[in-house]
Design a protein around this ligand. Structure first.
Ligand code: FES
Ligand SMILES: [Fe+2]
Length: 432
């Protein structure tokens, strides 16, 4: 449970809010690279942390992220012409480069100070892992490097990156990823139909059985320099435990708990659009080999594991507006939710908590230990920044090369020993 004041602190990320200032100290994805597919292509409206912005790819391939309002009289540069080296306002022809500098003002006489000084706000961008990242904080605090998430360090053939719209506040969606206990319900088939789970194709039968039979996993958490790793242990077969281990990295990255050794890894990055919606960047990567064409096609088609079935604009086909196409017959007979797709089931549960869940009215249980830790870490960090403490994680981009996933281990091993056995480090950090 949180006080209303702390709930506001955790969830509000607009300009001038404490959490908004905190998020702005980190590099964050603002678009998929594929949304700006070539030089001088159509610009893209983006909204990040409540700010309406415009992204465009210039002639040299660089991406600009600018205030879309023309400095002259405020026409929207979305309708501008993306020309040689900049975007030109079609109203009177003022032209801006990726740094926001106004490089041509055809209706202003030469010699005017306008020619030297005119500019609009712009944020620095970089591309990494098929995503366009931006830094929206004070320039003097700009981290030198992007967080080195493993997905971005892979050759392109070894990763698949997409995004989807989530129609609720970023923090409750993030909490959904840290609360892995819900898998024993939300993603299961109806009890009479064991074996027909939505995810049976993605995991073997025994894993489903362990998930189904033990709805009360025991959690351990290990703090690390950019967040924490949480392991949930369920009873498995013959003196073993089934561990599902999840990463949380500041401010809003996570790696999922399902991947067994040798399998593909999956991760998410949440980026608030405004306080009632966010983008979830969703990615898969395999450290050792390319992702096969068939698997890639399955991800792209969605309705499978972490990937939702998407319509235009990366909006899931089953969404808040159509009650996720819930099928009550299916819900009675086949699946717990009657909603198709793990990603869509998550979205339904998280959106249904409200645009911003009221955490002053909840009643937490022992399986919520991960979200309790998440809130404490975020609130401490944001209060620290408000007192002038720089977020240490911003200066540790190389600590973001983390893994997470599943493990079956002897019940005699503790969490630390399981982490060492599964990932070679207590935190899940990969060397290199
Ligand atoms: S409003 Fe853009 S050039 Fe006049
Ligand atoms: Fe889930």
């Amino acid at each position: 449970m949180l006080s209303s004041a702390d709930n506001d602190l955790l969830t509000r990320t607009g300009t001038g809010t404490a959490m908004g200032e905190y998020f702005r100290r980190f590099w964050q994805p603002v678009a998929l690279s594929s949304e700006l597919p070539e030089a001088d292509c159509t610009p893209l409206r983006v909204k990040v942390l409540g700010e309406d912005l415009l992204a465009f790819r210039a002639t040299d391939g660089q991406v600009g992220l600018i205030d879309p309002r023309c400095a002259h009289r405020g026409a929207d540069l979305f309708f501008g012409r993306n020309e040689e080296g900049g975007i030109r306002c079609v109203y009177h022809g003022w032209k801006y480069d990726v740094s926001g500098k106004c490089v041509e003002l055809p209706n202003v006489p030469p010699g005017s100070g306008y020619h030297d000084n005119m500019s609009i706000a712009a944020y620095p961008t970089r591309e990494f892992g098929d995503m366009v990242w931006a830094y929206m904080g004070p320039r003097e605090h700009m981290p030198p490097e992007l967080p080195q998430l493993e997905v971005g360090l892979m050759p392109p053939g070894r990763r698949f990156v997409t995004k989807r719209l989530q129609q609720c506040n970023w923090a409750q969606s993030m909490e959904g990823a840290l609360d892995t206990a819900h898998f024993s319900f939300l993603h299961m088939s109806a009890p009479a139909m064991a074996g027909n789970d939505a995810m049976t194709a993605a995991a073997d039968e025994s894993r489903i059985r362990w998930l189904r039979n033990d709805p009360l996993p025991r959690f351990d958490i290990a703090q690390h320099e950019v967040g924490f790793v949480i392991g949930g242990a369920r009873n498995a077969d013959a003196g073993t435990l089934y561990w599902r281990i999840t990463q949380f990295m500041l401010p809003a990255h996570s790696i999922t708990p399902s991947s067994m050794p040798g399998e593909t890894y999956y991760g998410y990055t949440w980026v608030p659009i405004d306080d009632h919606s966010c983008w979830i960047y969703v990615y898969a990567w395999h450290p050792e080999h390319d992702i096969a064409a068939a698997e890639r096609a399955r991800y792209a088609a969605g309705g499978y594991g972490q990937f939702a079935e998407l319509g235009p604009g990366h909006v899931p086909l089953r969404n808040r507006g159509n009650d996720y196409l819930i099928d009550r017959g299916e819900q009675k007979l086949r699946s717990f939710t009657g909603v198709r797709g793990i990603a869509e089931q998550d979205a339904m549960a998280q959106d249904s908590q409200g645009p911003i869940v009221d955490r002053s009215r909840e009643h937490l249980s022992p399986t919520d230990v991960g979200i309790v830790r998440f809130r404490r870490v975020m609130l401490d960090a944001v209060k620290g920044l408000a007192q002038g403490l720089q977020p240490p994680a911003c200066g540790l981009p190389r600590s973001y090369r983390m893994r997470a996933g599943g493990a079956v281990a002897s019940a005699s091993l503790n969490f630390e020993q399981v982490m060492l056995q599964r990932f070679g480090s207590v935190s899940g950090k990969v060397d290199g």
